[in-house]
Ligand binder design. Structure first.
Ligand code: S3P
Length: 189
């Protein structure tokens, strides 16, 4: 797939793709763009893309807010761990995880062991701007979204920072973030 000329060449992309032997797992806060960046990255690499939140909803046959409401967060985390364990069995692909997934010890261990974990990070202002486009996040319904995002980002940073790859995704074209991810993966592998 052609990408913008200031970016990596197709030969470069093909070379990096050949080195990728595990699923690329995007982790990070709600609204950072894991799903949209992940989808584009998968398209570029011609690999399957899975949104773990969608896979959880399919397995549970209900939307995430309803899982939280009916069964609570602990039960959601349990389902999330099982779904991600199944997704990690694929040899190659791009997986976008929900913001809390990497903070659960078992899920984190699994991703660290079997995947290429990439922490996508952005400022609270950027996150806030992006989460305001959708109202499907139960954790943001519990108070002021700015306060919640600020607190969660701080609490979760010690976990996210265990990912070997850290890429910032502020405003600007996703192609820039994708290029940074591929270069960082190439350096790390
Ligand atoms: C959550 C993030 C959501 C979803 C759930 C819980 C979190 O996914 O998994 O609402 O704990 O941060 P996104 O990060 O895709 O919004």
């Amino acid at each position: 797939m052609p990408i913008d000329p200031s970016s990596l060449s197709e030969t470069e992309i093909a070379r990096i793709k050949r080195r990728i032997d595990r699923p690329i797992v995007l982790i990070g806060m709600m609204g950072v763009g894991k799903s949209s960046v992940g989808r584009k990255l998968a398209l570029l690499l011609d690999l399957p893309f899975t949104d773990a939140d969608d896979a959880i909803e399919q397995a549970a046959k209900m939307p995430i807010p309803e899982i939280f409401e009916r069964y609570g967060e602990a039960s959601f985390r349990d389902g999330e761990r099982r779904v991600i364990a199944r997704l990690m069995e694929q040899a190659q692909g791009v997986i976008a995880t929900g913001g809390g997934a990497f903070c659960a010890p078992d899920t984190r261990a699994l991703i660290l062991e079997k995947g290429i974990p990439v922490w996508l990070d952005a400022s609270v202002d950027t996150l806030l701007e992006r989460v305001s486009r959708k109202d499907n996040r139960p954790l943001l319904r519990q108070g002021d979204p700015r306060e919640i995002l600020t607190r969660l980002r701080k609490e979760r940073e010690p976990f996210y920072s265990q990912a070997p790859i850290h890429v910032r995704s502020e405003t600007g074209p996703h192609q820039r973030t994708i290029k940074a991810i591929l270069q960082a993966i190439d350096e790390w592998l």
